[in-house]
Design a protein around this ligand. Structure first.
Ligand code: NDP
Length: 253
């Protein structure tokens, strides 16, 4: 069964996210960077979260230079962040912002591409920490701010190998199955009790550092650039998807 995408004719309004505050993890590079720029270009105040400050600063500068709303910058390594760190982050954001209108869980690591029988436990733990446990901590402690919004959207980033298992994708694939499960559990909990909607999005093959590392023999430009797949990222973040929750999307058919 094909996964839904934004309607082919979808043209987001330039004001789609005006007045909204959206947090993007892994905002310094790849798809997260493109999403941060796209959300700001459509009016959002973007909270740029990532582990490499210099990359976040470049995104910050691009948004400011384009005349977008002044972003916020949070340097946090999701591999080592403790629950206390995330509680402090949530408390700090609550002082600055009355509510959070969107959360894009985008940061992930690829880990090892090898058979389970020779996989390292250390790498397994690292992938689960960044791709699953950190998503739990952020979701758990940012939910009050999301629930304070008139309408909020949480987007979990999935992958093709998080929907059909594939040899040698190891912890990464398992982490993405966990992400899909997390999305379904949370969407079901919130469906009739809150204005927060929750969906997952598989970007599909996209020309980023992660894709180039996973497929070194591929010609990178055969895949779309991160900026090319933004319509579905915008569709799911803004009110055009207001009644959609618990769905697994893909960014290009
Ligand atoms: P990139 O590797 O290009 O970017 C990943 C981002 O996550 C970077 O900004 C990186 O920061 C950040 N990040 C990684 N580890 C941490 C950490 N410990 N703490 C905080 N931030 C961290 O990947 P993509 O842009 O390709 O991937 C984005 C999402 O899309 C991921 O969830 C990925 O699984 C998914 N995806 C991508 C596909 C593709 O073809 N590109 C296909 C299917 C899914 P830094 O730059 O500092 O390293």
């Amino acid at each position: 069964m094909p996964f839904p995408t934004a309607p082919a004719s979808y043209r987001p309004s330039p004001d789609l996210l005006r007045g909204r505050t959206v947090l993007v993890t892994g905002a310094g590079d790849g798809i997260g960077r493109a999403a941060a720029l796209a959300y700001a270009a459509h009016g959002a105040t973007v909270i740029l979260l990532g582990r490499t400050e210099s990359k976040l600063e470049q995104v910050y500068d691009r948004i400011e230079a384009a005349g977008g709303p002044k972003p916020a910058l949070v340097t946090l390594d999701l591999e080592t962040a403790s629950e206390d760190n995330v509680i402090q982050l949530a408390a700090g954001l609550a002082q600055e912002f009355p509510h959070l209108d969107g959360l894009l869980h985008n940061a992930s690591v690829l880990g090892e591409r090898r058979p389970i029988e020779s996989a390292s436990y250390a790498s397994w733990l690292q992938v689960m920490q960044v791709n699953v446990n950190a998503q739990f901590l952020l979701t758990r402690h940012l939910l009050p701010l999301l629930q304070a919004a008139p309408a909020a959207s949480i987007i979990f980033t999935s992958s093709g190998v998080g929907r059909t298992g594939k040899a040698y994708w190891g912890a990464y694939a398992v982490s993405k199955f966990a992400t899909e499960g997390f999305m379904q559990v949370l969407a079901s909990e919130l469906e009739n009790t809150s204005r927060v909607r929750v969906n997952s999005l598989n970007p599909g093959p996209t020309n980023t550092g992660m894709r180039r590392a996973a497929y070194p023999a591929e010609r990178p430009t055969d895949n779309p650039a991160p900026g090319d797949i933004m319509p579905t990222y915008l569709f799911l973040m803004g009110d055009d998807s207001a009644n959609i929750t618990g769905q697994a999307f893909t960014a290009h058919p």
